[in-house]
Design a protein around this ligand. Structure first.
Ligand SMILES: CC(=O)SCCNC(=O)CCNC(=O)[C@H](O)C(C)(C)COP(=O)(O)OP(=O)(O)OC[C@H]1O[C@@H](n2cnc3c(N)ncnc32)[C@H](O)[C@@H]1OP(=O)(O)O
Length: 403
């Protein structure tokens, strides 16, 4: 373990070094002067921490201000944690652990109810109290082998990038707080993920509208294939972002995307598990799930506030005990009923670590499954079944924003 580690809030003087360090841990070169012009706008005072040892920056973490929709539709303050890295010559000496300790404390003290992240490796974050709370799937549609069963009912129009960006951003903000797991996007997200790609990637923007105006959009990119003999490759349309307020807008956008001429395959990464594209087309086997993976790693920073913010389904009450090694103020017992949740001095029916509670919190996995796999000791009686009835999700949770 490093004994003289100093964890500090970074300021302007260190942002570029922090960016270079983080990129280096992912084996990318430091940002060029041109790239830095954009990336520097995504560093803000107070949001990045640095670990210093022997006078050098050896590790960094960042958090973007966001919000998380929880079951029932309430939105809680959330930090989106990213850009986590420790220089290769300082790993496995407790640097990340020290940064996590400082960051979890800072986020909780600032009033965040939760934090979320995307993990580069799945073995890193459970120990810090993060649990997998949503998953995504990647689908590939062999467009030439199938047709959409219903025609476009409203209107889908293409919009030019510079006009489309504020339009899509406005639609996203209006449409998304609905499904549990969705998050608010910050300005830097749009800058890094869409604005920058506008120039480089020839992004296309399709906007759906119905009787009440614009109600959905898709951002996509087409990579032309090759007809060269022996080197044939299909033209691929990659869906990068697709949100719809109504089933009609959703079906219209997919019908449009699956109808773009000369495209051999439509690829959509990071989509919700319950998106019924198979049911939209004439040959369901033209739609293949090519990947399914963990999406949101959720950390409940204020367990009492998080449990109180979400709603519960009908069912008998249960008392859940929680253990939290990093934020001991979360330790305790919480009584969950169909009407709500609060701290209690009652004996818990069963006890879980805070990462296990996070995994079950949005309803993606049941307590029953977590008990069955040894993630906590199941109580006698029906307490776990009661918890599962209360926490059951009305809709599969999904985030849909990669950061
Ligand atoms: C949200 C994001 O930004 S995801 C991106 C994360 N960053 C990367 O993947 C970049 C490459 N990796 C790294 O920079 C580093 O390896 C980090 C940040 C993942 C870990 O930093 P470290 O300082 O090595 O972690 P630290 O020494 O505090 O390890 C704490 C524990 O986690 C374990 N651990 C940490 N990282 C890993 C890993 N990648 N694989 C296996 N175990 C790991 C350590 O063995 C240690 O276990 P112990 O408590 O039983 O001894």
């Amino acid at each position: 373990m490093v004994t003289d580690l100093d964890i500090r809030v970074l300021d302007d003087a260190h942002f570029r070094a922090a960016s270079a360090l983080f990129r280096g841990t992912l084996h990318y070169a430091p940002p060029t002067d041109e790239a830095w012009e954009t990336v520097r706008t995504t560093y803000h005072a107070g949001q990045a921490l640095g670990a210093f040892a022997e006078g050098e920056l050896v590790g960094t973490v960042q958090a973007f201000p966001s919000a998380l929709t929880v079951p029932g539709g309430a939105v809680v303050r959330m930090s989106a944690v990213s850009r986590v890295g420790v220089r290769a010559d300082w790993t496995r000496r407790g640097v990340l652990t020290a940064m996590q300790r400082a960051q979890l404390r800072a986020m909780r003290d600032a009033g965040d109810v939760a934090a979320t992240l995307r993990a580069s490796e799945s073995v890193i974050y459970g120990r810090f109290g993060y649990g997998v709370a949503t998953r995504y799937r990647e689908i590939r549609v062999k467009r030439v082998e199938t047709r959409v069963r219903v025609p476009i009912a409203g209107r889908v129009r293409l919009v030019d990038g510079e006009t489309a960006l504020p339009l899509c951003r406005g639609l996203f903000d209006r449409l998304t707080p609905g499904r549990a797991g969705s998050i608010a996007r910050w300005t830097g997200w749009w800058t890094s993920n869409v604005q920058r790609a506008l120039k480089e990637d020839n992004l296309k923007f399709a906007v759906a509208s119905g009787p009440d105006g614009d109600d959905g959009y898709a951002i996509y990119k087409v990579t032309p294939g090759s007809w060269e003999t022996g080197n044939e490759k299909p033209t691929v349309l990659a869906v990068q972002d697709l949100w719809a307020a109504t089933p009609r807008a959703w079906a219209d956008l997919w019908a449009f995307l699956l109808g773009v001429d000369l495209v051999g395959e439509v690829l959509a990464e990071g989509r919700p598990l319950d998106e019924p594209v198979e049911w939209l087309v004439t040959d369901r086997r033209a739609v293949r799930t090519v990947d399914e993976s963990d999406e949101t790693w959720l950390r409940l920073l204020d367990v009492e506030a998080a449990l109180a913010a979400r709603t519960y389904r009908a069912g008998e009450p249960v008392v859940i005990g929680v253990r939290d090694r990093f934020l001991p103020e979360n330790d305790g017992a919480y009584r969950i009923t169909a009407q709500g949740a609060s701290r209690t001095s009652d004996e818990p029916d069963f006890v879980v670590d805070v990462d296990v509670l996070a995994a079950a919190y949005l309803g993606d996995v049941t307590f029953g499954a977590l008990a069955m796999t040894g993630r906590f000791e199941e109580a006698s009686g029906d307490a776990v079944a009661r918890a599962d009835a209360l926490f059951a999700a009305a809709q599969t949770p999904w985030c849909g924003t990669f950061f």
